[in-house]
Design a protein around this ligand. Structure first.
Ligand code: PLP
Length: 380
């Protein structure tokens, strides 16, 4: 038995995406930079994938830059915006709960002399839009923040923040990391008036190794990777055409089933919350109004890794905090104001389209067994 409940870390590739990758690798394997027919065919595959993404984001496909990951997209957005605007503002605004691919990149610019202001969540886990308005000033070059937090599921108030800031500071650049929200929430980059936007394929049933960055027309960026000039010179390197084809299939699946998938995650979420409420010493950390596809909870008194490995013996896979933290105490959960005891015992359970209510029941049963076992050991 294998029950995979770590889908915020990565997802199983859907069959449609895997089949598309195989087809491109074995049949349409040309290099889009080649001038002959094989090259043109490969170029058409990229164009078609861009069109699908453009449709989902409400933009032209040629605003989409393919990268190798969301980490790379975030680096390109932040470092690229700073490098292209040397005479622009010297302040960057972000939050205290960003993924390391944003947090560390911003820290790097801070070491280079930029002033960084970090907006923190309120004690209830939600962000106050006014705090963003207070943090930005006329010297701010870039606001970079996430749509949905990957450890807690909190949805940040981007719909209130972006129009208010754009009205006050029309030249401010705004970058969003929508890795945990893309294809889950409706999104229009034009309506939002966001300048840069990052997402990743492998969180959405596409293969690992492909991400994308939306770049609004007219926004200036400098590349981080230099070379043959692919992707408008912003991301050199031979295109992973097979991954773009896989990404397109996975995104079409997600777009077609967006509401059904969200409802499915919400039902699993509710089942887990109801079951967890009946377990001794289990506290749910994720807010009620968070994204439905993940639940962060703490099994008080049992360290995350002990419970994680106990669940693994039952064939159940969850995460302790985020996968990137690799067991290190989560600074993001601390930024959310969770007490140490809760952080040390935090588990993140995240759902996919393939999970079933029975998976949740098996998790709850295993948690109950683990709690009884480790409580007995602790009391010896
Ligand atoms: N941003 C967020 C919010 C994430 O959750 C992740 C991955 O967990 C990333 C960025 C990095 O994505 P990738 O693995 O594609 O580099």
């Amino acid at each position: 038995m294998e029950i995979y409940l770590d889908n915020c870390a990565t997802t199983r590739v859907c069959h449609e995406a895997a089949a598309a990758c195989l087809r491109v690798m074995t049949e349409d394997y040309g290099n889009p930079s080649s001038l002959h027919k094989k090259g043109m065919e490969a170029e058409n595959i990229l164009t078609s994938a861009r069109r699908t993404i453009g449709k989902m984001l409400g933009c032209d496909g040629d605003c989409v830059i393919f990268t190798g990951s969301a980490t790379e997209s975030n680096n390109l957005a932040i470092l690229g915006a700073a490098a292209a605007n040397p005479r622009g503002g010297k302040t960057i605004v972000t939050t205290t709960v960003e993924h390391p691919s944003v947090a560390k990149t911003v820290e790097y610019l801070e070491e280079q002399g930029y002033t960084v202001r970090r907006v923190a969540p309120k004690p209830d886990g939600n962000f106050d839009p006014q705090d963003f308005l207070d943090a930005v000033d006329a010297d701010t070059l870039l606001l970079t923040f996430m749509m949905v937090n990957n450890e807690m599921g909190t949805v940040l108030p981007y719909q209130a923040v972006i129009p208010a800031l754009k009205k006050k500071y029309p030249r401010l650049m705004i970058h969003m990391d929508v890795v945990q929200g893309f294809a889950k929430y409706p999104l229009s980059v034009k309506r939002l008036d966001v300048d840069l936007l990052t997402f990743s394929g492998h969180k959405l049933y596409a293969p690992k190794g492909i991400g994308a960055l939306y770049v609004k027309k007219g926004v200036r960026l400098k590349p981080v990777i230099h070379g043959g000039g692919q992707e408008k010179g912003l991301r050199s390197g031979t295109h992973a055409v097979q991954l773009a084809a896989g990404l397109q299939e996975a995104l079409e699946l997600c777009a077609k089933n967006r509401e059904a998938f969200q409802a499915h995650y919400a039902a699993l979420n509710q089942r887990l919350r109801e079951g967890a409420a009946k377990l001794e010493n289990v506290l749910v950390n994720s807010p009620e109004n968070g994204a439905p596809h993940l639940v962060n909870l703490s099994v008080m008194g049992v360290p995350s890794e002990i419970m994680l490995h106990f669940l693994e013996t039952k064939g159940i896979y969850v995460s302790s905090g985020s996968a990137c933290a690799k067991g290190a105490k989560s600074s993001v959960l601390a930024a959310y104001g969770l007490p140490d005891e809760r952080i040390k015992s935090a588990l993140r359970v995240s759902f996919s389209k393939d999970n079933t209510p029975e998976d949740i029941d098996a998790l709850l049963e295993a948690l109950a067994e683990g709690i009884a076992k480790y409580r007995r050991i602790a009391s010896l």
